[in-house]
Design a protein around this ligand. Structure first.
Ligand code: FAD
Length: 337
């Protein structure tokens, strides 16, 4: 079995990374477990090249650059990342005379005095195109996210979806892709109105095509995507669109998996926390997108604040002589080293 840590953070997204930083700043040993092969959560997995405008101190910052900063800050005190490991179980055990939690993953057993669940939307994957043959085209022109827009340079791109991701990329691929088309199966969009307006203006200028009540009903090509067979959802009329890439951006299916079986109070998939971010199981805290309370906002800005509250209370729980209030980092000797 691995060494017992004070805090184990489940999830290496922005919330989990800031939790690890705070743990280190408070002198608590910490491990971060994440199912993905890299730290950064949704920011690295889903939108590394997008700008974020609403984190404190950055008028705008690329998601991947924010993660680089969060990672440097998080790991400076020696937090141990265990990447590519999914949490599968939890039990209590007596280790060295003290009762601790033991987190099981598909890669090992990790004893820990407290847990901060920062699992976001769970171990997640994009919702797939509702077309049986689509799976055969994955990697051959069907892509479920845009990691690097340059991968679509000079290509005829078909975006599928009516949410922020589809509309953001209708803008983001301008000047990169040779043509950008967007289809959605309904005529109502979930994207921000300002982005929809921008895309509609591009359509008026002939730089983008948007078609509602349209669905992908077939994919053709010789070893790679060359054509999409589209269908009007109302008239059932079909037509062919020449494309090099189909990018369905239909949201995500996420699953907290084993965490759902730990007896934590939940509202839908979200874990209910009290005002110190503790769940109904003493010693298990939750922060970030995974948690809920009255007034909860699922944003990076709120997630990192919740991480600070959770960790400072975990530190106090482990050693009641230690105050919850961390003091000001600008006064701390730990940063003078
Ligand atoms: P996540 O980032 O979801 O990280 C959770 C991590 O936990 C993941 O890495 C996952 O692999 C891991 N995990 C989950 N379950 C397990 C398990 N069982 N075992 C091991 N690991 C597990 N927010 C903003 O504030 N501003 C924006 O401009 C903004 N833009 C966005 C744009 C897009 C396209 C999207 C999709 C989201 C955007 N968000 C934005 C939302 C923001 O990304 C989330 O609020 C944020 O990522 C939540 O961080 P988190 O650390 O709580 O969770």
């Amino acid at each position: 079995m691995n060494a017992t840590t004070d805090i184990t953070v489940i999830g290496g997204g922005p919330t989990g990374l800031f939790a690890a930083f705070y743990a280190g700043m408070r002198g608590a040993s910490c491990r971060i477990i994440d199912a993905l092969p890299a730290l950064g959560g949704q920011l690295m997995a889903l939108y590394p090249e997008k700008y974020i405008y609403d984190v404190a101190g950055f008028p705008r910052v690329l998601a991947k650059d924010l993660v680089a900063g969060l990672q440097e800050q998080a790991l400076q005190f020696g937090a141990e990342p265990r990447l590519g490991e999914t949490v599968t179980g939890l039990r209590k055990e007596t280790v060295d005379g003290a009762e601790v939690f033991v987190l099981e993953t598909d890669g090992g057993s990790y004893p820990t005095r407290t847990i901060v669940i920062a699992a976001g939307i769970g171990a997640f994957e994009p919702r797939k195109l509702p077309l049986d043959e689509a799976v055969e085209w994955e990697g051959k022109g069907v892509h479920y996210n845009v990691v690097d827009p340059k991968a679509f340079a000079g290509k005829k791109v078909l975006l599928v979806g009516g949410g922020d991701s589809a509309f953001d990329w209708a803008l983001g691929l301008q000047g990169v892709a040779s043509s950008v088309s967007l289809i959605h199966r309904r005529d109502g969009f979930r994207a921000h109105q300002a982005t929809i307006d921008q895309v509609m203006r591009l359509q008026e200028q002939g730089k983008c095509s948007v078609r509602t009540f349209a669905e992908v009903k077939g994919i053709e090509g010789a070893g790679k995507v060359e054509r999409a067979i589209l269908e009007d959802a109302k008239t059932k009329e079909r037509w062919t669109l020449e494309v090099d890439a189909i990018i369905p951006l239909l949201g995500f299916v996420s699953d907290l998996g084993a965490i759902n079986a730990w007896g934590l109070s939940q509202e839908k998939e979200d874990i209910v926390v009290d005002r110190v971010m503790e769940t109904n199981v003493p010693g298990i805290y939750a922060a970030g997108d995974v948690c809920t309370y009255a007034g909860k906002l699922k944003l990076i800005a709120t997630g990192v604040g919740e991480a600070a509250i959770a960790v400072n209370n975990a530190v106090h729980r482990i050693d009641p002589k230690r105050k919850v209030n961390p003091g000001h980092s600008s006064d701390l000797k730990i940063f003078e080293k």
